[in-house]
Design a binder for this molecule. Structure first.
Ligand SMILES: NC(=O)c1ccc[n+]([C@@H]2O[C@H](COP(=O)([O-])OP(=O)(O)OC[C@H]3O[C@@H](n4cnc5c(N)ncnc54)[C@H](O)[C@@H]3O)[C@@H](O)[C@H]2O)c1
Length: 258
């Protein structure tokens, strides 16, 4: 199906672009004409994303990739600066890179807790900080990855939920701070989406988990959403269709938490 051209001549960075929602977003934005840079740790996943996005690119859309960690301060700065040097401007930043670990809270070591927070919240902060000066110039926007776990209590995911609550708060703080400088900052809060993260999660629950605590995450007719359904919402928020949306945390869960 032909896509709109809302990202024609728009330069966009997408983190987490090697997999899941990030990959679907790279493909969607490239199909809508965007010049998209995918950032991820996973080089082979990035190569696959680039092939997939090139196959459906339209309206002058182009895709490139860089292998880097979102927690590497120097790499994040360099990535943003190099992208702007090459393309002239940055119009949108989509922060989708993240990790999920589940464990009983009393079995969670401090290092694991902090690692999840460092990646999900710290990495998102670093990319926002480095991108904001350029987004002020372009009157651009940011879309972050929060989660329903930030608001509805996902058992055995204390670190993950806390990190996503942090992302939601970061999003709203930045949206207010930059409101008068023309930059919008929003987040998506997906529920259960069929991605490699969720597939890996299903196989790594700790012993003794009470699965009845997860009943609010699914509905009988349809267990999970698709990454493309989240990418469609991200594309709306990051395009001019979202021009009056700022500081929003958009829940995308098929109503399961409602
Ligand atoms: N899938 C869901 O149900 C769901 C629900 C709510 C929120 N989210 C959030 O959406 C985002 C995308 O999730 P997904 O399900 O597509 O996951 P995914 O595992 O399929 O993709 C995440 C990507 O992030 C990358 N990544 C992890 N750490 C990184 C780092 N330090 N530097 C660079 N890249 C790194 C991984 O390599 C991977 O390619 C995540 O932030 C996740 O927390 C997902």
């Amino acid at each position: 199906m032909a896509q709109a051209s809302r990202f024609a001549n728009k330069n966009v960075i997408v983190t987490g672009g090697a997999s899941g929602i990030g990959r679907a977003t790279v493909i969607r934005l490239t199909a809508e004409g965007g010049h998209v840079l995918a950032v991820d740790l996973d080089e082979s996943g990035l190569n696959e994303t680039v092939s997939l996005a090139q196959a459906t690119a339209d309206h002058g859309g182009r895709v490139s990739a860089i292998c880097a960690s979102i927690t590497d301060e120097t790499a994040v700065r360099q990535t943003v600066q190099d992208f702007v040097r090459e393309h002239g401007q940055l119009h949108a930043l989509i922060n989708m890179a993240g990790v999920l670990r589940s464990s009983h809270t009393t079995d969670t070591d401090f290092q694991t807790f902090m690692q999840v927070v460092q990646i999900n919240l710290g990495g998102t902060f670093l990319f926002c900080r480095e991108a904001l000066p350029y987004l002020v110039e372009s009157k651009g926007n940011i879309v972050n990855a929060a989660s329903t776990s930030a608001f509805f209590g996902h058992a055995y995911m204390a670190a993950y939920s806390a990190s996503k609550g942090g992302v939601a708060a970061l999003t709203q703080a930045l949206s207010r701070e930059y409101m008068n400088r023309g930059v919008r900052v929003n987040a998506v809060a997906p529920g259960g989406i069929a991605t490699p993260m969720v597939a890996a999660q299903a196989n790594s629950f700790p012993e003794g988990v009470d699965f009845s605590l997860y009943q609010h995450l699914t509905r009988p007719d349809r267990q999970l959403g698709e990454p493309q359904e989240v990418a469609a919402a991200i594309a709306m928020l990051a395009s001019d269709d979202g021009a009056f949306i700022n500081g929003a945390i958009l829940r995308i869960d098929g109503g399961t938490h409602g």
